[in-house]
Design a protein around this ligand. Structure first.
Ligand SMILES: [Zn+2]
Length: 412
């Protein structure tokens, strides 16, 4: 691991781990949930709000920040931490998923992903080296490799081909990352033999002086991503290929894309135990509170999902007794708090009647107050998960979350 990145397991309960991840911008207690700040902001929240609800690490999105305002501009202003005012740990994704899902006229080749910007139609090429350079400029504490995102379901041969390509891209990302780490902000030179043997376009490995990547955060760590769809053999193949390259830690990608929950749990249960016990394991894009505790019980440590923030803006709230739809007429004159068991600012200060009024009136404050509550609910749930692992009671917590979040909406 890098000098600034480390992980240690403090307690276990079955396969579940209570740990601490150290990054260049501080420690994260795991299992941890990472609120998603797509464009350099968690929608509706200031960094002060994020601290108050208990966030320790947030996500940024490489695709969006690269296209606007630009990785060069952010690097020039001191990097993502200074630019956003969030001084805690930050993880950025590689941008592949958004280039894949948002980019128009997208073409995937061995070189990378060629697409037109969803903002202005301009043409871009996102390569493994490019995704690594952009993240070097943005300066998060954790950068992700560029992987190929596959629409599911796909034929077995296609999943295999994609898994193999993701492994080749992971190698190119790591080579680039190590070259940047070695040379830092200085001259970037790569061994020509390495470049030729590993990359299909050696010239893309050696940027011209004017485009030489600036390394904003020398303590950055890089995570590899395990792919392989829902095919256990391909997941194992991807684990072998990715571990052979060697990263600070590993993520499980390509899940939470519409597959049934039991399939997702089974792929996680198959994959997580094959990852090194002394590194954090990150399940990308997951999920509901129940999904999270199910994955924790299979050995996962890190999560991110837009669900608490997006649902908050849609008036869908997570509470200690299940889900709640704030626009329902029955809350029109309800003077009680959103969730009597929640200590967040929203629940301490406002009534359901007021929150419903803000929501049906389209007030900006509805999104702010609902997001404060939903994130606090998620982050408090993670604190309960960590405590349950220490006390050996995770299964009891899992059962109570299952009872609460697998039933239909209580008030719809
Ligand atoms: Zn609350």
């Amino acid at each position: 691991m890098s000098p600034t990145f480390s992980f240690r397991v403090l307690h276990t309960d079955g396969a579940a781990r209570r740990g601490e991840m150290q990054t260049a911008h501080g420690a994260v207690q795991t299992p941890a949930f990472m609120p998603v700040g797509t464009r350099g902001a968690v929608k509706g929240m200031t960094p002060r709000d994020l601290r108050e609800v208990g966030a320790e690490i947030i996500l940024g999105n490489t695709y969006h920040l690269w296209l606007r305002p630009g990785d060069g501009l952010i690097a020039g202003l001191g990097g993502l931490h200074r630019f956003t005012g969030w001084d805690g740990p930050i993880l950025t994704d590689s941008g592949g998923f958004q280039a894949f899902s948002l980019g128009a006229k997208r073409v995937m080749t061995e070189e990378g992903i060629r697409f037109r910007s969803h903002l202005d139609g301009s043409e871009h090429l996102l390569t493994p080296e490019g995704a690594t350079d952009i993240q070097a400029r943005l300066g998060p504490d954790i950068a992700m490799v560029l992987d190929e995102c596959l629409a599911q379901p796909a034929p077995l041969a296609t999943v295999r081909e994609s898994t193999e390509r993701s492994a080749r891209w992971a190698r190119r990302c790591r080579d680039r990352f190590l070259a940047l780490r070695e040379f830092g902000a200085g001259e970037l030179r790569l061994d020509s033999e390495t470049a030729e043997s590993r990359a299909p376009s050696p010239e893309s490995l050696v940027p011209s002086p004017e485009s030489r990547p600036h390394v904003t955060n020398p303590g950055q760590a890089q995570f590899g991503i395990i792919q392989g769809g829902t095919v256990p053999e391909l997941r194992t193949l991807s684990v072998e290929r990715t571990l052979a390259i060697g990263f600070e830690a590993y993520a499980i990608g390509g899940l939470s894309v519409g597959e049934p929950a039991d399939i997702m749990y089974s792929v996680v249960g198959h994959t997580a135990p094959q990852l090194p016990a002394d590194r954090p394991r990150y399940l990308m894009g997951v999920g509901t509170p129940l999904d999270i505790v199910e994955a924790v019980s299979r050995g996962v440590d890190l999560f991110d999902c837009v669900m608490p923030t997006r649902n908050a803006r849609n008036g869908q709230l997570f509470t200690s007794v299940g889900r709640l739809t704030i626009k329902n007429a029955k809350y029109a004159d309800d003077g009680g708090p959103l969730d009597p068991a929640c200590p967040c600012y929203t629940c301490r200060t406002h009534s359901r009647a007021y929150l419903r009024h803000l929501f049906v009136s389209g007030e900006v404050g509805a999104a702010v107050l609902n997001t404060i509550h939903n994130l606090r609910f998620y982050l408090d749930t993670m604190a309960r998960v960590r405590q349950a692992i220490v006390f050996g009671t995770l299964e009891t917590l899992r059962q109570s979350l299952q009872a609460m979040f697998s039933r239909p909406l209580s008030d719809s």
